[in-house]
Design a protein around this ligand. Structure first.
Ligand SMILES: [Fe+2]
Ligand SMILES: [Fe+2]
Length: 283
């Protein structure tokens, strides 16, 4: 069987529509901020809050994004089991890492099932929102350590923030199905992120240059997936940084602070772009 599969080879049926990140983020149904909604001029705070007019669509879109992420996380962890021979060389991985990835496949397969049932419960059809393939692309790195930082630490770290936010959303809304689905997936995601943190430190203990390269890739993915400030540490962040769960997943306090700062930077850039658009249309 072929090793190091390309993103174009992913198997999907015709329900799935692939798009780039820009298209997905400009889908008005997924607007998580009032000012991003068509005609949304009144500032009513982040949409992932009950009583917000766009809350149902924003929640459905966010959870559909998680569903396609679960499919790709399964595919990515499966590839990491297969793509490398067991061994100590840089293009090999310890056998125990393969076992962790196999366990992750089992969890992600269960998350796909949970997400399908949750979509049904929330009134979403599979494929109703587009799929971007960034997660699998991050799982295609040749160096397995970059897969661990890009996927396990950055993207599954984001999944921790989303699950925790949506669990609280379900609690406040009085929706026990949403609340428990999020709670169960959150518990597994903390384990997956911890696997990433532990293996990063073990595999790069004697190779600081490799560690720095992997952490730099993580920063790039973290910033990209702050979605212009969607995920952050401030009261008006639609998705809140889940500090406690990130600590349990092996993040140090200064690493969490750094993600919060990346998110503020992404917010400032988004606001500057919006201001430039407004002044261009006024001229
Ligand atoms: Fe998952
Ligand atoms: Fe995961």
């Amino acid at each position: 069987m072929k090793r190091h599969m390309a993103v174009k080879d992913l198997a999907r049926d015709d329900r799935f529509v692939r798009s780039d990140m820009k298209d997905r983020l400009t889908d008005p149904r997924q607007a998580t901020r009032e000012e991003d909604r068509p005609g949304g001029t009144q500032k009513r705070g982040p949409a992932i809050r009950i009583h917000h007019p766009n809350a149902p669509d924003a929640a459905r879109s966010l959870m559909h994004g998680i569903f396609v992420g679960e499919v790709q996380a399964l595919e990515g962890a499966g590839r990491t089991c297969w793509d490398y021979d067991p061994g100590p060389a840089r293009d090999e991985v310890p056998f125990e890492l393969k076992l962790d990835m196999a366990r992750q496949c089992w969890d992600e397969a269960r998350h796909v099932e949970i997400s399908c049932k949750l979509s049904d419960w929330m009134g979403t059809e599979l494929g109703e929102f587009a799929e971007s393939t960034m997660l699998f692309e991050a799982a295609c790195n040749e160096d397995p350590v970059l897969r661990l930082t890009g996927v396990n630490r950055a993207l599954e770290g984001l999944a921790i923030d989303v699950f925790n936010t949506m669990r609280e959303f379900g609690q406040t809304a009085g929706d026990p199905v949403l609340e428990f689905c999020e709670d169960w997936m959150l518990a597994d995601e903390v384990t997956h992120v911890k696997m990433g943190s532990d293996w990063l430190r073990r595999l790069t203990a004697k190779d600081p240059e490799r560690q720095e390269r992997a952490l730099e890739f993580q920063r790039v993915v973290d910033k990209l997936f702050s979605y212009g400030g969607l995920r952050g540490d401030d009261d008006d962040s639609p998705v809140r940084l889940a500090r406690r769960f990130r600590e349990l997943a092996g993040f140090q306090a200064d690493e969490i602070d750094e993600i919060a700062e990346l998110s503020r930077e992404a917010t400032r850039e988004r606001e500057a772009m919006a201001a430039a658009r407004t002044s261009a249309s006024a001229n």
